[in-house]
Ligand binder design. Sequence first.
Ligand SMILES: Nc1ncnc2c1ncn2[C@@H]1O[C@H](COP(=O)(O)OP(=O)(O)O)[C@@H](O)[C@H]1O
Ligand SMILES: N[C@@H](CC(=O)OP(=O)(O)O)C(=O)O
Length: 417
Amino acid sequence: MHGIVVRKYGGTSVAGAPRLARIASAAQRRQLSRRKAVVVASAMSGETNRLVNALRRTVREPEPIAADAVVCTGEQVTIGLLSAALWERGVSNAALTGWQVPIITNGDHTRSLISSVYTRRIYTVLRVSAATMVAGFQGVDALGCSSTLGRGGSDTTAAALSSVLRSPCLIYTDVDGVCTGDPRLVPSARVILRISYEEMCELAGFGSRVVHDRSLTLQGRSAVGMSVLSSSSGTCNNEKLRTSVFFNLGRLMPMDRPQATSVSYRRCRAYIYLRASGGGDVILTLSALCGEKIELLSFLHDGARGVRAAMTTPASAAPGLEGALCNLRCRTRLRRSQCDAASCDVSTVGLGIRYAQVACSIALPMLRRAHAIATSEIRISLCLKERDLRCAVGRMHLTCLHGDWRRGFADSGATWL
Ligand SMILES: Nc1ncnc2c1ncn2[C@@H]1O[C@H](COP(=O)(O)OP(=O)(O)O)[C@@H](O)[C@H]1O
Ligand SMILES: N[C@@H](CC(=O)OP(=O)(O)O)C(=O)O
């Protein structure tokens, strides 16, 4: 069989008949290249939310297994329509849902993990036709029930298929590629042509929606190439402008030159600070009490003075957290606590930017407004009040635009204190 390529179309790219027709026409043109396609499609933009709302109007607390039976239908409609549009243009294909492939999950409904993917049916279809449509965001559990992979899960389907078929993965979306910042918030954002896998993971984990973070974990296992490109320019056969994710870009970088690549942000975060004279079990207790994923920003054990910890969590967990803090105050020696539910975080990602000098230069103009600053090997994050988000993204983006953190800092002017 000729080479296979996995093409994933997101919700905005398949929203409405004209967009589906554009994708089908592009598939018709590509038939000449004789490369077979596995097309993964999401539900049309807004459709999954509509299904979730319909469910909530019907029952107060839907059983996850039943919820999945409802929310997985959006993708089925898209692949059916896309399949019809391709047939109309003479492109032979078959449309498969998650259970038909099958994509086997661990059955943790509404947020399932993929355990295995059977490829035989995909190969059978591709032997006799040009494309296989696969419904994104879904698989099947051991009982044969549909189970979904969590919001944004179509990227995960595409990455899993790319990984098992050992074929490149193209993520088509509504922007020209991964940019130096979210184009919706930063009009001057530019497309990054080459990004390292590690930077992409960090961006996805810290708010950039353009590629879902779980899909990157899967892609990392097989190290098969991934690109992000626009579904509208792509369908005009102009696929030159795109972001390619490289697995060894670090080796191509000049030694010892920190490089700011992109800025990402997460809204609706809660910032928590606490001081206690007890031990580190305060955080574990807190985490267990509120049942939400807590990200630890810093944890200091200050000898006899006890512990000081700063954390963030989704704002939806804030009410539960405040209750948990009250509870802790009674049970442990909690001296001080603060919970700001109107917070956000803004991160600059780039190879080599963790060192203190660079970190300070990027974060300094915003220091006084920040709750906390946290760094990883390739990221500097500021936790701020939600109202400061736009300004912080703009400031940090200047650094990314120039690539070089020194120049970005000089241009930003440290006047925001
Ligand atoms: N660094 C970034 N580069 C490009 N897009 C970004 C970035 N950060 C956030 N985004 C946002 O991600 C959106 C694409 O993600 P999403 O809406 O989930 O797409 P899809 O519907 O194709 O899955 C873009 O419209 C853009 O607003
Ligand atoms: N339809 C699902 C899955 C998905 O991945 O959508 P998108 O590709 O548009 O982010 C959702 O809304 O979560």
